[in-house]
Design a protein around this ligand. Structure first.
Ligand code: NAD
Ligand code: UDP
Length: 311
């Protein structure tokens, strides 16, 4: 039977893919978004569907709804976006998560929090396992996001212990794909858009820092599996464990777009993590999940999206 499912941040990059998959599964989907870093074009095709509803709302303000499940994805994810209004970023993760947990408590809904690999900060343990507590600067320019997400995790556990709320946490590692904004600021959309426009690809630092990139369809599969697993509440890492240097990514994007753009080097932003790779043993064993789309294939799909968008 179809459930009533709330997706906060549903007009964003990952949220819109999540809404689409849940609609396809036959659920009633309530997409809630304040459009801070999302876009109406991400969800415009769903407006025709009878099982889709859109609410323009800010999760830092309480809201009364009747739902069975909540995916709490509202929060700007790109450093450029979350640093634009850092106080608001903290409010979204702290007050917003309290509001969504209060809603879950009132209607006895299950709630899944989109946490992040950023809670590990600049990690001293590699690859990152869920039991690692992280290495986060509490007062830096990324702290509004990292610490906000860490408090959101704390809230999930305190509402579980104190109020028996059915909570879940996924720690998402760098995810990419169609529907990222062209001016989002994250590395994959930046490189693809720069390559397609014939602009220089901006590598920050010397490009030896690493990230592990997960295609959005794989990620959404893991998120939905986690929500619908009864005996495991996480936190669980979701990401693709294949690690790349940022300079390698730039070269790959140039090759796949057949672009003549050059690579230029810009200063490395403060507190930019040196290396990142998820240990996904827990997701493999508890959810039977692992990513399937290799970087090259995911990049080609993303390049196709941006090629059409930029026409
Ligand atoms: P995104 O910026 O595309 O989407 C976030 C959405 O939340 C946007 O549509 C935005 O308008 C909305 N939003 C922001 N603040 C809000 C508020 N106060 N009230 C209502 N809506 C609000 O980012 P994304 O990449 O789709 O990320 C979605 C979630 O996944 C975020 O919580 C993010 O922290 C988490 N995450 C993403 C990644 C990644 O690599 N994409 C990695 C780790 C965690
Ligand atoms: N980066 C880069 N050029 C860009 C954008 C980002 O070299 O135009 C680097 C950035 O410094 C970081 C990595 O790419 O080392 C991933 O950055 P992103 O903002 O995508 O994600 P995050 O740092 O949050 O993992």
């Amino acid at each position: 039977m179809g459930l009533r499912i709330l997706v906060t941040g549903g007009a964003g990059f990952i949220g819109s893919h999540l809404c689409e998959r849940l609609l396809d599964q036959g659920h009633d989907v309530l997409c809630l978004d304040n459009f801070f870093s999302g876009h109406k074009r991400n969800i415009a095709p769903f407006l025709q569907r009878p099982n889709f509803e859109l609410i323009r709302h800010d999760i830092t303000v309480p809201i009364l709804l009747e739902v069975d499940q909540i995916y709490n994805f509202a929060c700007p994810a790109s450093p450029k976006a979350y640093m634009q209004n850092p106080v608001k970023t903290v409010k979204t993760s702290v007050m917003g998560t309290i509001n969504m947990l209060g809603l879950a408590k009132r209607v006895k809904a299950r709630i899944l929090q989109a946490s992040t690999s950023e809670i590990y900060g600049d990690p001293k343990v590699h690859p990152q396992v869920e039991s690692y507590w992280g290495n986060v600067n509490p007062i830096g320019i990324r702290s509004c996001y990292d610490e906000g997400k860490r408090v959101a995790e704390t809230l999930m556990f305190d509402y579980r212990r104190q109020n028996n709320v059915d909570t879940k946490i996924v720690r998402i590692f760098n995810t990419y794909g169609p529907r990222m904004l062209e001016d989002d600021g994250r590395v994959i959309s930046n490189f693809i858009v720069q390559a397609l426009r014939g602009e220089d690809l901006t590598v920050y630092g010397d490009g030896t820092q690493t990230r592990s990139f997960c295609y959005v369809d794989d990620l959404v599969e893991g998120v939905i599996r986690m929500m619908n697993t009864d005996d495991f509440f996480g936190p669980v890492n979701l990401g693709n464990p294949t690690e790349f240097k940022i300079i390698e990514l730039a070269e790959l994007v140039l090759r796949l777009t057949r672009s003549r753009s050059r690579i230029v080097f810009k200063p490395l932003p403060q507190d930019d993590p040196v290396q990142r790779q998820p240990d996904i043993t827990l997701a493999r064993t508890r959810l039977g999940w692992e990513p399937k789309v290799p970087l090259e294939e995911g990049l080609l799909r993303t390049i196709a999206y941006f090629t059409k968008l930029l026409l």
